[in-house]
Write a protein that binds this ligand. Structure first.
Ligand code: ADP
Ligand code: MG
Length: 263
């Protein structure tokens, strides 16, 4: 326990002056024109904006799936844009969890294997044999928490959309990332199922203190976040509702407990 009287609101993610443009026919399409964005430790922020406003572009840059043309991204005080490929891939595999609208599960792997895939990729064969017992236990714990204890050996095609997204969230959390980046995770789901996924994310944030950036074009979904950031004309246009809840819950998503899930 800290002895300080005020919570220290670390900026886990700090984005400054981020620019990104794409070639478009003859000219260039300026998608991000100097984006500033902060995510506090333990904070849950929604990024909204019209289709084509650059939400996915921004999230992909923060997730190191693409490189910006200008500006800087810091994670926990370390500059993470422009890293050498090995260091970047390592960070993506350990510190950053990502979830996408289309789940991106591997069809030939079962649920348990999909969740374990990031760890299998990281470790060599011998190392994997050493750590796999513990890894499997954690994967089972996460899947049980998301209501998937009875689905460990299903293939993705045997699951509903909500179930696939919960597998994808478990996979994103298996390496105990510092931050979860979710790009329209409810976009392919019916409303009730989508809210089930949102409940799971809120729970991870509130109870485990997981830091989350959620991209959505749905105002009802964004409303559940601590704070809403709007992207327009390549910049952060306005920051809405700042709640007092900067630091909450524990420190990591390391202790999964059962969670109700409707999806
Ligand atoms: P959003 O997620 O807010 O809908 P995106 O970040 O996906 O928006 O895209 C922003 C704009 O950039 C869109 O106009 C899109 O067509 C364009 N864009 C995205 N990715 C590329 C790319 N790889 N090459 C060219 N244009 C792109
Ligand atoms: Mg998008």
């Amino acid at each position: 326990m800290s002895q300080t009287s005020e919570p220290i609101r670390d900026h886990l993610l700090r984005v400054r002056g981020l620019t990104k443009r794409y070639r478009s026919g003859e000219g260039m399409l300026e998608v991000l024109r100097g984006v500033d964005f902060d995510l506090g430790q333990g904070e849950f922020v929604a990024i909204v904006g019209q289709s084509g406003s650059g939400k996915s572009t921004l999230l992909h840059l923060m997730g190191l799936l693409d490189a910006p043309d200008g500006g800087a991204i810091h994670l926990a005080g370390e500059r993470i844009d422009g890293l050498p490929a090995r260091r970047r891939d390592r960070l993506r595999n350990t510190a950053i969890g990502m979830v996408f609208q289309a789940y991106h599960l591997l069809p030939e792997l079962d649920v348990l294997e999909n969740v374990l895939a990031p760890l299998m990729v990281r470790h060599g064969v011998l190392e994997w044999l050493r750590v796999r017992g513990e890894a499997r236990a954690r994967a089972r714990e996460l899947l049980a928490r998301f209501g998937l204890a009875e689905r460990l050996h299903h293939r993705p095609r045997q699951l509903s959309g909500g179930e696939m997204q919960r597998v994808a969230i478990a996979r994103a959390l298996i390496a105990r990332p510092r931050v979860l980046l979710a790009d329209e995770p409810t976009g392919n789901l019916d409303e009730a199922t989508g809210f089930g996924i949102l409940d799971a994310l809120c729970e991870l944030n509130r109870r485990d203190g997981l830091s989350i950036v959620l991209v959505t074009h749905d105002a009802a979904i964004a409303r559940r976040a601590d704070r809403v950031v709007r992207l327009a004309a390549g910049r952060v246009e306005e920051s809405g509702r700042e709640s007092a809840a900067g630091i909450r819950g524990g420190g990591s998503a390391s202790m999964p407990r059962p969670v109700h899930s409707a999806a």
